[in-house]
Design a protein around this ligand. Structure first.
Ligand code: WT7
Length: 650
């Protein structure tokens, strides 16, 4: 965001306090909770006590910076907290998931049914030889089996690594190899806007180079007619055949609070993704409590988080947090515009959704599609709205508030990361007076700050870099297999502080205004993609000699990907080359990596020492006045690129 945008943001003077009725009934309505959170150990211990543990902890926190252990020595199993304790505690027949398929089918699971399905598949995994500590990769669409498989892994102590179903065979292969997974769970395909994503075919390409995978389990979602899949004897198994005779009870593995629960890959500033490692006890307490506080979860709520379980939002706020709270959730398979652009509002109306959690990029798309879609449905069941993934601009905030929330629903703009495991900065809907565009304050028990380049605290009002000062239960425990990179990425910029990689402003009232990434990570539709990742996919194309990638502002996606390429001798710039290069990147990374703009240049703008001047590329991609070019080896390059921008826009 430019400096001007930030200043305009801070001029925002609309205020939205919770209604008296909402505040009075809210789970959290006493501001004393913030003071209680000052003593992190006493605070988190008091909440941890509300969970089921097989053995208690001997110490709340061991903090050997930057390595944390929470609830030291305690034993539990997160699925016992998510399932068994509700089944045994009177909620056996309460609905856990209302699942809607894209073609219009539905499946509903009570807590008792979900527990049985999880146990059956957990037994099937054990029968395949999966033991505590073995990694399992999941590559599926949003079918109930994805949630079931995640929980089944947790049941038997096998860390799961979910790879978003939109990723390419290359991305899948890299993640299977890095996690050294023994089993892959996939599907014959996934529905996406009426078409079929060929999951098993993609997986088979990846599997050519992953000798460590002994078994592949295939969920049949599409059927043999539209998605015929070859099954390799001895290696590939149909899910439905494996569970057919499996027992529906399964002894949960006894997990240490610090045993690995899952790995989830996120883009880093290098071409290689980072396997973010989360453990059992702290993650459970952190996600469940933040879910309860931020979404004000009550027993009769119907909660819907529209994320995909392939991202951390789905892990923490579709699977673990909501189930730990015994909540009823909607889970939806498909896209928001299939078959119609009112699909989400149709679901909200039919299911009586009370709490709705989505991303700013989706909200901006809805705005663009027109008010008639939400207006054609009764959205009066909604009482609370959430946003996650990137900064929400005040205009989108207001539209969400008025058009979706009917002016009566508080909005929780939740800032967090794959690495933080759970929400860190957010309004508490019964306490916070909202300012459109601000994520308000750090949650109780969470200690964030804004510092300058030297790591000094910045007084409000002021801006700088977002850091976290104290450990928190759901924090990442490291990067899988790479402790040095963990220290380097998060803990080396400032002494003793977690560096989040985001810019932020702090206003007079102690509210945070998130300003986006300060590193080479782009936020495209709220998803992390590193410029390096796209650059290496570009140079992988035989005609591309060199590339540089920058993020530019995009009205719907937040950021779009602009690629600058020089071609190999003999290759000519053309519309066909442009289309082919874009497609190549989509095939390498997945459709989310596809560049929006491709600029051809005889050479990239470089300094005389050979450093690409990204600042200038950003100026060009944004259509701004190009800054100082005096240090360029060949200033003429800028004019060539500039001319393409003009042509592109006209
Ligand atoms: C990055 C983390 C958290 C789940 C989804 C993304 C950006 C996330 C917000 C928000 C401003 C936000 C940050 C962060 N971000 N939520 N409410 N306001 N920015 O997880 O892929 O790990 O990305 O998303 O830049 O660092 P992720």
């Amino acid at each position: 965001m430019s400096h001007e945008t930030i200043e305009t943001l801070l001029d925002e003077d609309r205020r939205f306090p919770p209604s008296e009725a909402f505040a009075a009934a809210a789970n959290v309505n006493d501001p004393a909770i913030y003071e209680a959170g000052e003593d992190i150990e006493a605070f988190w211990e008091s909440h941890a006590k509300t969970f089921t543990w097989f053995e208690p902890w001997t110490k709340v926190l061991e903090w050997d910076l930057p390595f944390a252990k929470w609830f030291v020595g305690a034993k539990t199993n997160i699925t016992v907290n998510c399932l068994d304790r509700h089944v045994e505690g009177g909620k056996a027949d309460k609905t856990a998931f209302i699942w809607e398929g894209e073609p219009g089918d539905e499946r509903i699971f009570t807590y008792a049914e979900l527990l049985k399905e999880v146990c059956r598949f957990a037994n099937a995994l054990r029968a395949l030889g999966v033991q505590k500590g073995d990694r399992v990769t999941l590559y599926l669409g949003m079918v109930p089996e994805l949630a079931i498989a995640v929980l089944a892994c947790a049941r038997i102590g096998a860390p799961h690594s979910v790879v978003f179903g939109g990723f390419s065979p290359d991305s899948l292969r890299e993640r299977i190899k890095d996690s050294d997974s023994k089993v892959l769970i996939t599907g014959d395909g996934a529905w996406r806007r009426g078409g079929v994503v060929p999951l098993k075919a993609n997986a088979d390409i990846a599997l050519e180079e992953t000798p460590g995978v002994e078994h592949v389990v295939v969920v049949q979602r599409i059927g043999a007619e539209k998605a015929p899949v070859p099954m390799q004897a001895g290696r590939d198994h149909w899910w439905h055949e494996l569970v057919a005779d499996a027992a529906d009870t399964c002894e949960p593995e006894v997990m240490d609070a610090e045993d690995l629960l899952f790995i989830l890959y996120t883009s880093g500033t290098t071409g290689h993704p980072k396997g973010i490692a989360h453990t059992t006890g702290g993650y459970m307490v952190g996600t469940a409590m933040t879910h309860r506080w931020v979404f004000d979860i009550k027993d009769d709520d119907v909660y819907w988080c529209t994320a995909d379980i392939g991202w951390v939002t789905g892990h923490s706020y579709i699977v673990y947090g909501p189930l730990a709270n015994g909540c009823t959730s909607v889970m939806y398979e498909g896209g928001p515009d299939h078959p119609g652009k009112d699909r989400f509002w149709d679901i909200v109306e039919r299911r009586g959704v009370t709490i709705f959690y989505t991303a700013p990029t989706a909200i901006r798309a809805f705005m663009g599609w027109g008010d008639e879609h939400p207006k054609s449905h009764d959205l009066s069941s909604l009482r609370l709205l959430g946003s996650v993934g990137e900064p929400i601009n005040p205009e989108a905030w207001m539209w969400y508030h008025d058009t979706i929330g009917g002016g009566r629903c508080p909005i929780v703009d939740t800032w967090w990361q794959t690495e933080t495991g759970g929400i860190m900065i957010s309004p508490l809907p019964g306490l916070t007076t909202n300012k459109p565009g601000s994520a308000a304050r750090a949650l109780p028990g969470i200690h964030v700050d804004v510092v300058d380049e030297e790591g000094n605290h910045v007084d409000a009002p002021g801006g700088g870099l977002l850091v976290i000062r104290k450990p928190w239960p759901s924090m990442l425990r490291g990067i899988y297999g790479n402790p040095e990179r963990y220290k380097d990425v998060y803990w080396s910029k400032f002494d003793g502080l977690y560096f989040a990689g985001d810019g932020a402003k702090l206003d007079e009232d102690g509210y945070y205004w998130l300003l986006g990434r300060v590193d080479d990570i782009m936020l495209v539709s709220g998803h992390n993609i590193s410029t390096m990742e796209v650059e290496s996919a570009l140079v992988d194309h035989p005609a591309v000699a060199e590339s540089a990638v920058v993020g530019r502002t995009h009205a719907v996606k937040g950021q779009a990907i602009a690629a600058f390429v020089t071609l190999m001798g003999g290759a000519e710039p053309s519309e066909e080359a442009r289309a082919e290069i874009r497609q190549h990147v989509a095939a390498k990374i997945g459709p989310i990596g596809r560049p929006d703009d491709v600029y051809f240049a005889p050479a990239l703008p470089k300094t005389r020492s050979g450093k690409i001047m990204r600042r200038l590329l950003r100026d060009i991609a944004e259509g701004r006045e190009v800054g100082d070019t005096t240090t360029l080896a060949d200033p003429g390059v800028v004019d060539t690129l500039r001319a393409q921008y003009e042509k592109h826009r006209s």
